[in-house]
Design a binder for this molecule. Structure first.
Ligand code: FRU
Length: 613
């Protein structure tokens, strides 16, 4: 564009904005909508209101909105503005701009032949100011005791830390729609890992890009100079490239300052999700960064979180390699029943999980402050191990600074194969239940990670609705009622002795004939989970599936703890030695539990079913 044309455009823009009002076609009070061309509209806020409600239609493409405050771009957001119908509204918070001039320069991407057509777009007739935004739940599948965002899209949990009795959870968040976009850090806190309080978005996209996953740690020694016990975070700025950015907070993670020297790490290839911790032996920071497309993890060290030195890499040609490596975590744990301590390296992988799509793989080994070396099996190979044998467990990482040497983790309870298609709209995706990880020796002599439900979850229990001390189970089987209260949310516990049996079938069923079938195959030492007839399954061909978990026992005995929460089932076996997390969308809640055995009788003991508050 030559200078003359550029000036002409500026002049035209000025004259158009001068005649705002005359051209305005806005229908709603306090919002002037001025269509400038087939794909460009200026919206000026002329009235008062806490929020500008943006109408969304999920099937539409994103419109790019430059928010111009007193003539300067304050931020850019991408919103699927509604064309033919409004699926829902998202609030744009105007409170920071009170007393200032706000204009939104909107570029849509739809093909239109005349300006007249854009005037018919649903969004331009329904965009409106409001003082309130209704976050009352509208979704029948929203879990009751799992963390979900009030509205909008969520993926990875990240940046989690514990401080002064509060568990801080940040998450990949789109505040402007229930599909992946505008990645920011949403923020929730809890005192008991059950009840979550929602806070304002903590970190928003800036000039370096969207705010991808990362980690936080408490700087007890003021190594970075942001203050003693400042909360320091490191995340990936994602734009055309991925770089690593430093942030800090002196108000316990409510708001963050952006380090002016960002980015603190740049590489020539995709690298993301920095996860750091203080190495008290070497008195320095250690950080693991996913070198995503190279299928490896890079390990850096730093005295102050600003200057990082690359020390080593781990992963080339090792473990599952069929997808990008993402969201690492590295920590040490004692091995149950021994004096040994081992290091665990979590390497989330997408796709390439055991049942398709995303999953959490891990390696057990040693770490000397600079290099991670994985243990080998009897054949001298580094085995691929999975943290959860369901389809809906991803991006799992742990809280830093958790009390009493706890290693508490939480995952994203979905799968990249269909996360954006699941049958909810007000929000998308929940987190798994929080879990305590430990290490145990499996029957093959290998060390494995266990993930047991966090002890706080006992407090969920309400009424004991079924209690059976002992019952023999034959081919005809036995059926028990599941609680009908609160949409059927419940916890089921029992021990099973099945040495004489071939297969013990555990079924969850509803009155519509929908069911989840779990088969304990005793000689195989496996438990499977079949959700092919579990309810609504047709939103993705990758959803109907059977997942299979090893049971890590040799004696035909398993103890199960099963949590059902509207659209999720988490099966914990033998105190977390095996776990399967799977989403389900039954049209009505499962109301029966049936257990039967083929090949010989089995016995269940201590069956307890609790309704949940
Ligand atoms: C994992 C991931 C991360 C990235 C984030 C972006 O699910 O792809 O690697 O930081 O999601 O939302």
């Amino acid at each position: 564009m030559n200078r003359l044309t550029k000036n002409l455009i500026v002049a035209m823009t000025l004259s158009t904005s001068a005649s705002f009002g005359a051209f305005a076609s806005g229908e709603t009070a306090g919002v002037d909508v001025n269509h400038l061309g087939i794909n460009n509209t200026l919206v000026r806020i002329t009235g008062e209101g806490k929020y500008l409600l943006l109408p969304v239609q999920e099937a539409n493409d994103d419109a790019k909105i430059n928010v111009i405050v007193d003539g300067k771009i304050d931020k850019t957001i991408n919103v699927r503005l509604a064309k033919s119908k409004v699926d829902y509204f998202v609030p744009f918070d105007l409170t920071p701009y009170k007393g200032h001039d706000v204009v939104m320069n909107i570029t849509t991407s739809q093909d239109r032949s005349t300006v007249r057509e854009i005037k018919e777009d649903a969004w331009s007739k329904t965009i409106a100011l409001a003082d309130t935004f209704d976050t009352t739940n509208r979704e029948k599948y929203r879990p009751a005791f799992h963390h979900t965002p009030l509205y909008g899209w969520m993926n990875d949990p990240n940046g989690m830390f514990y401080k002064d009795g509060v568990w801080h959870l940040y998450y990949q968040y789109n505040p402007y729609g229930s599909k992946w976009q505008n990645l920011s850090w949403g923020h929730s806190t809890s005192k008991d890992l059950i009840n979550w309080e929602h806070h304002p978005t903590a970190v928003e996209p800036n000039g370096l890009g969207m705010v991808f996953s990362g980690s936080c740690a408490i700087d007890h020694t003021n190594s970075a100079g942001f203050g003693e016990n400042a909360v320091v975070g490191l995340y990936t700025s994602a734009d055309a490239s991925q770089t690593q950015s430093l942030i800090w907070s002196t108000d316990n993670g409510e708001t963050f300052e952006i380090y002016p020297g960002n980015p603190v790490i740049t590489l020539e290839s995709e690298a993301r999700d920095p996860n750091m911790f203080w190495d008290n032996e070497a008195k320095q920071w250690v950080m693991v960064l996913a070198h995503a497309l190279d299928h490896e993890m890079l390990i850096f060290t730093s005295p102050d979180m600003k200057e990082w030195t690359l020390q080593s890499s781990f992963g080339k040609g090792i473990g599952a390699q069929d997808g990008v490596w993402e969201c690492p975590d590295l920590f040490r744990l004692p091995v149950e029943g021994s004096d040994e301590n081992k290091w665990v390296l979590l390497c989330n992988l997408n796709p390439g999980g055991p049942f398709g799509g995303s999953a959490t793989q891990y390696f057990i080994g040693d770490f000397d402050g600079k290099t991670f070396k994985a243990d080998v099996d009897a054949q001298g190979n580094i085995p691929t191990k999975w943290m959860d044998f369901g389809k809906d467990h991803y991006a799992t990482v742990s809280w830093s600074d958790a009390p009493n040497d706890r290693r508490t983790v939480i995952g994203w309870m979905s799968n990249w194969q269909y996360a954006a298609e699941v049958p909810t709209m007000q929000y998308r995706s929940a987190n798994t239940l929080p879990r305590e990880v430990g290490l145990f020796k499996g029957p093959d002599g290998q060390i494995y990670v266990s993930s047991a439900p966090s002890p706080e979850l006992i407090a969920l229990r309400d009424k004991l609705t079924v209690k059976i001390n002992k019952a023999d189970i034959n081919a005809k089987g036995r059926t028990y009622d599941l609680p009908a209260t609160n949409g059927g949310i419940c916890e089921i516990i029992f021990d099973m002795e099945a040495k004489k049996s071939d297969i013990v079938k555990i079924e969850l069923k509803n009155s519509e004939g929908e069911k989840v079938v779990m088969d304990y195959k005793v000689a195989d030492h496996t438990l499977s989970f079949d959700r092919k007839e579990s309810g609504v399954i047709n939103f993705s061909q990758d959803f109907p599936s059977i997942t299979v978990s090893p049971t890590f026992e040799t004696d035909g005995k398993i103890s199960l703890r099963i949590f059902i929460d509207k659209s999720s089932i988490e099966v914990f076996g033998n105190n977390g030695r095996f776990v399967m997390t799977n989403l389900v969308f039954p049209t009505t809640p499962y109301n029966k539990l049936s257990i039967s055995s083929t090949g010989g009788n089995a016995r269940i003991e201590n069956l307890k079913i609790y309704s949940i508050k």
